[in-house]
Design a protein around this ligand. Sequence first.
Ligand code: NAP
Ligand code: MG
Length: 488
Amino acid sequence: MAKKTIKINFDTGWDLAPAPESTGHIQLNEKYDLFIGGKWVKPSSGKYFATINPADEKKLAMIAEANEKDVDKAVKAARKAYDTVWSKMPAKERGKYIYRIARLIQEKAREFAVIETLDGGKPIRESRDIDIPLAAAHFFYYAGWADKLDYAFPNRKPKSLGVAGQITPWNFPLLMAAWKIAPALATGNTVVLKPAETTSLTALKLAEVIQEAGLPDGVVNIITGAGETGAAIVNHNDIDKIAFTGSTGVGKIIQNAIAGTHKKATLELGGKAANIIFEDAALDQAVEGIINGIYFNQGHVCCAGSRLFIQESVYDIVMRKLKDRMESLVVGNPLDKNTDIGAINSKEQLQVINKYLKIGQQEGAEMYQSNCTLPKKGYWCKPTLFTNVSQSNRIVQEEIFGPVLAVQTFRTVAEVIEKANNTPFGLSAGVWTDKGSKLFNMTSQLNAGIIWGNTFNKFDPTSPFGGYKESGFGREGGLHGLKDYLRF
Ligand code: NAP
Ligand code: MG
């Protein structure tokens, strides 16, 4: 019998036929106004700015820039809606509106996913399978709590706060809006929300959903603009609570600005998570976890596993598997269903990442990047890792917010805990081991708000999310997420 030869191509990457998601089904306006008091209103300055697709640098739409006057209008609309309608409405009626929003997001999931990918550069697989379903899940989850607050907090007579000012970042645009709006509405508050200037489109589409859901005018107001618009919300006298997700730098400015006022705050800030691999871990799974931890969403994740700690005895094998896996990552068109790593969100963010790549090399670390080719137009960064780094290096201490991993080794549990806890942040961590007892020991000693065991970057509306130290305070998600919108 003739022998057959089967050739296996171990070259870089896979040659996959393009599988682009279509854009024919989405509806985008050329220009978006501000959503205030249930209506679309022109910005008082008459100014608009462009939002672009970071994968090809083409303009998608023009977005209104809200100034102090517009912020005041939005806060007044939210206050009126709070006083006259929302705070008086029976809780079970409030819940129905929130369910309606959840269902409409589900119905329009495909459109939301494509717009999220176009505006922000993230792979369609992520916006389709993670961002949009999770956003709907947050509305469903909190809708269920609206009329059960007395059970959630027995004998404590929970009351709403009033008007919440909410400011979100560009890495999970719709999901962050859902994390903020859903618990605020369930607890009877009204909202003024500002999305990040580079990714406002899905929040504006959410405004359309809110209109379609028939939410009373002014209960949710969505206004767009840059940092000054956010600052005007923070400094408005008639705001009762600030919910902010973004950088630690801006978080500090906000905390200073509201010190001594009646305003409550939750700040969800930066991170520098440790992903810790013990020698007894399932190594292939751990390597998938490392890849997911840092290259997911181009590393634009506050809880990204940006520091990797490998137990010395398995260092060589983990590094070999990791580099092999990096070579198979598909970088390119975010709309292609095969793409693993999409575009960097903006030119500015790409400059920040490139600055850190230089710093890492100047600090004496060894840089390794996968062999992929990057598209000519748009903003891109190859999956990158640094070895030969030390604890004091800036690439180990500072948040890069890009697909850049710093790799270190350890011998003992005590050593890795000391190293893992040695940054200003404390948002998340990952532990990979075969031993449950080791895992529980680690969770009690790591200073991190979220610790994943034998997995990474998993989110669920029932589970509280938030940080320690300079990663902020307050929790979003779960019962804890309700508490921060209530007084007792
Ligand atoms: P950012 O620069 O702090 O911006 C966050 C939001 O604040 C944006 O809407 C921004 O508007 C606005 N803003 C800027 N300056 C402001 C000011 N002085 N007062 C009020 N608002 C202001 O952060 P980013 O670059 O968008 O997002 C990345 C950061 O978010 C990372 O540090 C990441 O770790 C963090 N993050 C944390 C979590 C968490 O849950 N802990 C989740 C996601 C992201 P413009 O966009 O228009 O400038
Ligand atoms: Mg954009």
